[in-house]
Ligand binder design. Structure first.
Ligand SMILES: Nc1ncnc2c1ncn2[C@@H]1O[C@H](COP(=O)(O)OP(=O)(O)O)[C@@H](O)[C@H]1O
Length: 343
């Protein structure tokens, strides 16, 4: 034992295997500040772009370049649709990401569907599925109107990111003539008797509102097959979707309609260590009973211009170090003990 005060443990000397940036609910619009629906929180529509610029500069100046950025959805606000600025606002926001010259993986939230049809999104720059692994991305993705937007990729050997579609079952984004729209409307009307299906007033399960959605059986089966392969290869998998799936990590109004099914599926696969989401602008965190970390990232749109809300995830063999900025706290997230017994 040398006892030198400046001596660092082996662990402290370790470099992360790779890092990536995370940002949620930018909701940019060239519009004066406003409020959320219940008028309790200010929304800084213009300032969200400045915060993104600042985040991009910060990522660019990090000693190790992030391998990619994960954009958790709601990239521009629904107000762009009536203002007829959907395309220009999206171009402005994407231009800030492009300056980084690193891949950006985009998830779709409710505000994507307020601005664009699913078909438009499939053909837009917000479809980042080509950055995934072509042989397992749903092949019919772009052409089948009932398909979902989900894919996965491996940024580093033995590590995998799986992006899922929280609005696969939904009454926003889906064509009203589609089978999935019909099914979604039926589910929603069974659970929500309000005239305005966006209103959670009086609901036992407040998540059954139009601005949320769910994951179809098709997608659950596809996720299961991806995770079976990941388990078999003893990988470490992080899953991401716009909507949270674990009640202690969010306000219940923000949950995925069938969160229990998604949660049970992820918990049944030892490769899964974390689930990342946005949507709940207040953010949240909880480790579930199986040891999966559920991180709900604070939304940039409700972050005061003097603060920040983005993160860098540092990935190690045994853990993730969440380096949060502004409203997002730092966290050490140790992977659950895994026994790959189900292959
Ligand atoms: N409590 C509510 N009652 C009725 N409509 C609501 C309620 N909360 C939100 N909405 C409507 O749902 C849509 C999405 O709400 P919004 O607050 O913009 O979502 P987000 O939190 O994703 O930004 C908007 O059209 C909004 O007016």
């Amino acid at each position: 034992m040398s006892g030198l005060p400046e001596e660092k443990s082996l662990d402290e000397c370790q470099e992360p295997l790779f890092t990536f940036g995370v940002i949620a609910d930018i909701q940019y619009a060239d519009k004066d500040d406003g409020y959320n629906y219940v008028k309790t929180r200010i929304r800084y529509y213009r300032s969200s772009l400045s915060l993104l610029q600042d985040a991009a500069q910060d990522w660019a100046s990090e000693p190790a370049q992030p391998a990619f950025i994960l954009q958790l959805g709601d990239i521009i606000d629904g107000f762009n649709a009536p203002l007829k600025t959907s395309e220009t606002s999206l171009a402005k926001v994407l231009a800030e990401f492009e300056k980084l010259k690193i891949p950006v993986h985009h998830i779709w939230g409710n505000h994507e569907f307020y601005n664009f049809s699913r078909k438009n999104l499939m053909e837009s720059q917000l479809n980042s599925a080509h950055l995934g692994e072509a042989e397992v991305t749903p092949a019919e993705g772009a052409s089948d109107p009932e398909s979902f937007y989900a894919y996965h990729f491996s940024p580093f050997p033995k590590f995998r990111l799986l992006l899922i579609d929280s609005y696969d079952l939904s009454v926003i984004g889906r064509d009203p003539t589609s089978h999935k729209y019909g099914k979604s409307l039926k589910v929603l009307k069974q659970k929500n008797k309000n005239a305005d299906l966006n209103s959670p007033a009086g609901l036992e399960d407040p998540r059954f509102v139009s601005f949320n959605g769910g994951v179809s059986n098709d997608q659950l089966n596809w996720i299961n097959s991806v995770l079976q392969t990941a388990d078999k290869n003893e990988e470490t998998v992080m899953v991401a979707g716009h909507l949270p799936i674990y009640p202690p990590s969010t306000d219940p109004i923000c949950l995925t309609w069938n969160f229990l099914e998604v949660l049970a599926l992820l918990q049944s696969h030892p490769s899964v260590v974390a689930y990342f989401s946005g949507h709940d602008h207040d953010g949240g965190y909880s480790q579930d009973t199986c040891g999966i970390h559920h991180i709900t990232f604070n939304g940039l749109i409700e972050t005061p211009p003097s603060s920040q809300a983005f993160a860098t995830m540092e990935i190690y063999e045994d853990r993730m170090e969440l380096q949060g900025r502004g409203l997002i706290p730092n966290r050490t997230l140790i992977y659950r003990t895994r026994q790959y017994t189900n292959m």
